[in-house]
Design a protein around this ligand. Sequence first.
Ligand SMILES: [Zn+2]
Length: 631
Amino acid sequence: MSDPIRNLEQLVRYHQDRYYNHEPEISDAEFDALWDRLRELDPDNSLFSVVGPDSSDRFPKREHRIPMNSQDKAADPEAFLKWAAKVRHPFYLAQFKMDGAGIELQYEEGRFRYGVTRGDGKVGDDITANVSRMKGVPQNIATNFTGGIRGEVLMSRSVHREHYADKANCRNAANGVMKRKDGVGSDLLEVLCYDAVHDEDDLYFVDEPAKLEWLAQQGFGVVSHRRCETAEEVVALRDEVAAARPELDYDIDGLVVKGPEIDPDDMKRARPERQIAFKFTLEEAITELREVLWSISGHLYTPIGVTDPVRLAGTTVKRANLVNTRAIAEMGLKIGSMVRITKRGEIIPKIESVVTTPEGAVDIEAPDVCETCGTDLIDEGTRLFCPNMQCPKREHYRIRKWIEVLDIKDFGPVLVQKLFESGRVRTIADLYTLTEDDIVGFDRMGEGIARRALRGLQSVKEISLARFIAGFNIEGIGELIGEKAISAGFDSLEAIRDAEPSDMAARTDGIGETTAAALIEGVRTLYGEMTAVLSCGQITIGRTIASRELSGRSFCFTGALHSMKRSEAEALVQAHGGTARGSVGEGLSFLVTNDPEGNSSKLQKARALGIAIITETQFRAMIPNEPAGAG
Ligand SMILES: [Zn+2]
C-alpha cells in the first residue's frame, strides 16, 4: 500500500527544493495545486508550520500586503463557459497570464519600499535591491498610495536567447537572476503588473479597468489585457492569443479572466471564485510507442516509454514517463500503440492516452522477478518493487543512503560501488570495519582518498535515532516520520520494533497505520543490521530526540577554531540538524571563521556570493544547550 499523503508531501518537498535551490520543473500554478491538495488532505502537515517553503537564507523575509492565493483553472472552453455562466459578469477583462515569477511591490506614501517574492504566499524573500533595477518599477509615483502592487517578474525571450541560453526557459532564468545576491542581470528583467490593493481603502479603485489604467499612468509595466463583452469572445481571444504565442517576446500560459467589479472579499479567499485562469491547451504530440524500459532505482521498477522521436514544445522527445503498471493497464497501452504525449510546463513528457492500437500490437510485460536477487516482484499497480529488504540492490542503495543521510564527507558512490561489488562491504556495518589498506587495494584509490574517506566516516560519531533509522532507507520512512514516532514515546529501536502499528498510529500525530506498519516492519527486518552497526562501537545514537535548531542551514568552516576541532564543529552542526559543507558555493548559509576580515579564497567567494560570514562565537551562540564535550 502506498500512502498518498506521504507521496504528496515528498513531491511538494522535492519541487520546493527545485524551486528554491535549483531550477523549478513545474509552474507556480502546478505547485500551488500540489500545495493546496496536501493542505486539504493533511492540514497539520509539518510543511505548513515552517515559515514559508522558501529555504533560502540569503534574503530577509517580509510579509505580503496582499496574500498570493492560487487560482481556479479552466483548461478548455467547456470548463470556462461553465464558470462564466455561474459568475455572470457584465463583461470580462481578459489579461495575459504571464509565465514568470510572482512579485509584490510595496509602496508607502507613493515611494517604492520593498519587492517581495512569492515565498509561501504570505511571506517571501525581500529582494528590494534587485527589484529596484528592473524595468517597470517606478521608484516614486505621483499619488501617495500605500499598499501592494502585484506583478510578475519576466525575462523576455530575446534576453533569454542572448544572455541566458543555458537556462531551461525564461521563467527559470528570471527566477534565478532575481534571487542573485549580487544583483547581476536584474536590469534585464521586467515587471508587469496586474493588481493593486490600497492598505486602508478598499474603494481606492472604482473597478478593475480603472485599476489597470491607474497602474499604467503611474509608470508601472502593465500586462496586456482586453475587454470582452461575452464569454464566447473570451474563448475566441484565447484562440487568437494561442496562435500568436510563438511570435510573442514573453512566455504566457493562458488568460486570467475577471469581471469589472472589485470584490475584496473574494480576493481574500484561498481560491478566489470571481476570477479564473483560462489556460492554453497543453503542448501535445502523437507518436508511436516502440518499447518499454524498466528503470531500476534501489528496489523500485519504473516503466519508461521509448517512442518514435517527435517534436514537442521545442524539443525532440524520445522518452516519456509511463508512471506505473496501473496506468499502462488503464490506457490499454501496447507496444505499437499511437500515443498522445504532453509536456506540462517543463516536466518530463508523459504518455497521456492511447489514440489507436493497431492489430498485432504487443502486450507490455512487466518483469516479474527481481533481476538482482530473483525474488518475485510485487506489483501494487502504483508501484512495482522487490520486497526483499535484504535484496543486494537495496543493500547497495542503503549504504549510499546511509552516507547521504549522515552527510558523510569524501565517501563517494564510486567508492561504495567498488567496495560493494568486491564483496568487502555488503552492509552498513561493514563500512565500520574498513581499514585504509582495504580501500587502497582498489584500483586508482590512492592513500589520500582512503584516508579522507575513513576520516569522513569516522567524523560522524553520534546521531539522533531518527537519523539512524532514516539512514537504513526503509521505504517511505524519512527522518521526520522517525521523529514523530520518537516524540510519541517510541524512543528506542526496541520500542519501535515491539510496537503495534495500530497503537503507534493512535498515539502519534501525523503517522497513519500504514506508515507505522512500514516503520515497525522495517526496524524488525533490519534490527540485526542495525545492532550490528551499533556494536562496531564507532557510532552511537544520541540520548536526546533529534535536535533541529539548525535544520535547513548549512555551514562551512575555514581557518583554525579556538574551542574545538573542525571535525567536532561539523559533528555539532549535524547533531543539530544542519549540514556541514567542505566548500563555499551557492546555497551555503554560513561561512564560519575567526578571521572575518581575511582574504582566503573561501572568504572571497563567500563575499562574492553574499553568504553570511560569522565568527566561531556567533556560531556557538546559535547552538542551544551545547552538548558537553564539544567545547
Ligand atoms: Zn531483489
